[in-house]
Structures are given as C-alpha cells and as structure tokens.
Design a protein around this ligand. Structure first.
Ligand code: PEP
Ligand code: MG
Length: 302
C-alpha cells in the first residue's frame, strides 16, 4: 500500500473530472522541510513559526528569523511557503516573553493580539519575512484575527516595514497575505475580512475549541471535542462562500483537512486548498484523485 501511495508523489491534485485543489503541507520546524518535498506537496500551507520563539533565553533577532525564512524560500524554490506569524500566548510561553499568567490563556492575550502589543517583536518578524521574500515564493498569514481593525493595524505596520526596507535599498517582493479564520467572530465577518487579504485559511482546530467552548488540550474533553461537529462544517461552507464572493482563495489548514472521508465534501464546496501534515499529503492526494464530482462543484474562484 505504501508503495502505491509513493507512486503518487509527482501526480497532480486533480479529481477524475478535472477539478483541482492545492495540496500543501503544515510544518512546525526546519527539519520538516525535506518531508514537504519528499511527499510532493505543492508547498507549505502553514509554517507554525512559534518554534523560533520557544525553548530559548531571549527574543530571536531579526537576522536569525531572516536566515530561517531564506532557507525555507530557497528550499521550496517555486513552491509557495506560507509563514504564519507568531501565535504565542500564556500557553506557548518562554520566560523572556514574560507573559503574565492568565486564568484562561486560550482566551487570553495570544496570537495577533500579543504581536500587536509587542510591536518590536512583530516588526522584526515582518521585516525578516519581507527580506526573505526576495529568495523564493513566500506568503504570510495572521493567526487569531477577530476584527477588521486588527487588519488595519497590521497593514499600517507592514507599510512601515516596507518603507524601512526601501530606505535601505533592501530587496523584497510584494507577497500574498492571508487571514486565519479560527474564531466564530472571524467566520461571521469573513466576507469583510477577505477584502483585506489575498486568501483565507480556516484553522478548524481553534475554531472547534472556540465554537464548542471546549479547550482543545483538556484531556477530560478528548472524546467530546469534535472538529466534525455540523457547526464546524457549516462554518467552513460559510467561509468558502464568503471568500469566493470577494474573489479570494480559501482553504483549510486545521486537522480536518487531512480527513479523507471529507475530501469529496470539501471539493464540492469549492475549497481551493488543503494543508495537512506531510505524512497525510499522499493519502489525501489519493482521495482527491479517486473523487468524481461529475460537475457537482458549487463554486470556484474564476
Ligand atoms: C488551527 O487552529 O486549526 C491551526 C491550524 O493552527 P494551530 O493548530 O497552530 O493553532
Ligand atoms: Mg490555531
């Protein structure tokens, strides 16, 4: 069976009737880079950049971040690599971050909220990403976005970063940007949010915990936390339709993206891309290639 799967490494992510879907990989450290290439993913759909901040004594310097992103860009070549900006919080702590203890860290000062509070840290990461953009095909996306105001703030910071690079004649590209849809609020305003970026990426792991009000890490809720809850699937459909109404791409990077029992459903909804752990790329590719939509695909970006 593994032999059969490995034969799919260079095959297209296309259904029997010719519908395409982008199949990308999620990675959480630099050593996963090789498996993205090994399994023939179209690129990296989610690079969880937290590994650069955790388990250390001080803030990573811009240059260190830059070198890592440059390596990602160069290793991926033409392939797209989406860097998710730091998603830190009281649950993903390092002593130097000095994040105060919170009663509910999951609902606390985390993700983009923390980055917007710590401008120097955020700017260093954005500068590193833009500097590295000159070496390949990078994109970036922002975690835990709840409001358009956050996007306005982010764009203002991005403009400052770009201006700084221009002043010093440091080369960079205009890269694609995306928003992670992982709170019910973001789902409800996904159409408005879509206007701010090129793509939306649905983080069903957090979306499930916030929609069901169940801590995804609570062992007592392990059997109850259900990312296949009809509410989640309905939300996915809402976000796909909202993104397409604005002419934006939309995909899923939470764990349900790797469930081959849902592949056909996602294709029918018109999901543009899926991002899964590297080891799931080939099983999902197999499921895509075995699917025949027979003209059932509802919507797609033109
Ligand atoms: C998610 O929340 O679904 C997601 C992809 O991000 P993370 O698992 O890193 O929170
Ligand atoms: Mg998340």
């Amino acid at each position: 069976e593994r032999e059969e799967l490995l034969k799919l490494k260079a095959q297209k992510d296309e259904t029997k009737d010719g519908s395409h879907i982008g199949l990308y990989a999620n990675i959480g450290n630099m050593s996963d880079l090789s498996s993205v290439l090994f399994y023939g993913a179209k690129g990296i759909g989610l690079l969880r950049s937290e590994f650069q901040y955790l388990g250390r004594e001080n803030y990573p310097r811009e240059n260190e971040l830059f070198r890592a992103y440059k390596k990602v860009a160069e290793t991926m070549g033409e392939r797209l690599a989406v860097i998710r900006t730091a998603d830190l919080g009281a649950d993903k702590q390092a002593p130097y971050l000095d994040i105060p203890q919170e009663t509910n860290p999951i609902m606390g000062n985390r993700g983009i909220r923390l980055c917007l509070d710590r401008r120097r840290m955020f700017k260093a990461q954005l500068r590193a990403i833009y500097r590295a953009s000159a070496y390949g095909n990078l994109a970036m996306m922002f975690p835990m976005i709840d409001s358009e105001e956050e996007m306005d703030e982010i764009w203002q910071i991005i403009e400052e970063v770009k201006e700084g690079l221009r002043e010093k004649d440091i080369p960079f590209k205009e890269i694609m940007t995306g928003i992670m849809i992982e709170t019910p609020a973001a789902v409800m305003i996904s159409r408005e949010l879509a206007k701010h970026v090129d793509f939306l990426s649905i983080g069903t792991n957090d979306l499930t915990q916030y929609t069901l009000a169940m801590d995804r890490q609570n062992p007592l809720l392990k059997d109850k936390y259900n990312d296949h809850h009809p509410a989640i699937l309905r939300m996915v459909r809402m976000v796909v339709d909202a993104a397409h109404q604005e002419g934006r791409k939309v995909g899923i990077c939470g764990e349900i993206a790797a469930d081959t029992a849902l592949t056909k459903k996602f294709l029918e909804m018109g999901v543009d891309f899926l991002s899964v752990v590297p080891a799931c790329v080939l099983p999902v590719r197999k499921a895509i290639r075995e699917t025949d939509l027979g003209g059932e695909k509802v919507s797609a970006v033109k």
